[in-house]
Design a protein around this ligand. Structure first.
Ligand code: GRF
Length: 191
């Protein structure tokens, strides 16, 4: 199955996906990586991995919808059947969601439905929870609220700060995002 990936930052989740696919764990291929920040880590990783990438700089668009319309056009032209948002730090609009219903998955660094929105890690630290984690879910119109595919929990240690907890969560993200794509891709193949 042909998938598109969208990333805004470091791209460690994107690379975890690419590695799982290359190692034959997921029967899929990445048709295109889309980035919105010129020169970001995800772009550099795609270059190194030899995966097609394209910059859609949100700063060049008048609206979120206009950007999403271009993304839909590009992904559809490539025959993309599902999309993974691997650290996409822009709110997506119905343009994208309705063009790929139940075919968009996202990774969020909290145990949803707790701590939706920005900085799930910081929210967990502030709330003093003893368990934090991450969630792979289908994207719907409601932010960080679609059907959950996979979750992983990690302990929060007394000595934790934002960096140490983020690192522990990211280790799990790199495991559950490929697992989430595996699950979703099976459903997508059934059409
Ligand atoms: C991940 O922690 C993800 O939960 C959040 O953005 C981060 C992306 O990290 N949405 P990376 O760019 O995949 O390293």
């Amino acid at each position: 199955i042909r998938v598109g990936v969208m990333a805004s930052g470091n791209g460690s989740n994107f690379e975890a996906l690419a590695t799982a696919i290359r190692d034959g764990h997921i029967n899929a291929e990445i048709a295109l990586l889309v980035v919105n920040n010129p020169g970001c880590g995800a772009q550099q990783r795609a270059k190194r991995l030899g995966i097609p990438w394209q910059l859609f700089n949100h700063r060049n668009y008048d609206s979120r919808s206009a950007l999403d319309r271009d993304l839909v056009q590009r992904f559809q032209s490539l025959g993309v059947e599902g999309i993974v948002m691997a650290g996409w730090m822009r709110i997506v609009t119905n343009e994208l969601i309705q063009a790929f219903p139940d075919r968009l998955i996202n990774i969020h660094p909290s145990l949803l439905p707790s701590f939706r929105g920005l900085d799930g890690v910081g929210q967990a630290l502030k709330a003093g929870v003893r368990l934090a984690g991450c969630t792979v879910h289908l994207v719907t119109e409601d932010l960080d609220a679609g059907p959950i595919l996979v979750q992983a929990a990690v302990p929060v240690l007394d000595t934790d700060n934002h960096d140490s907890l983020s690192r522990r969560i990211q280790q799990q993200e790199h495991r559950i995002l490929p697992a989430g794509l595996m699950l979703a891709a099976d459903r997508w193949r059934q059409g």
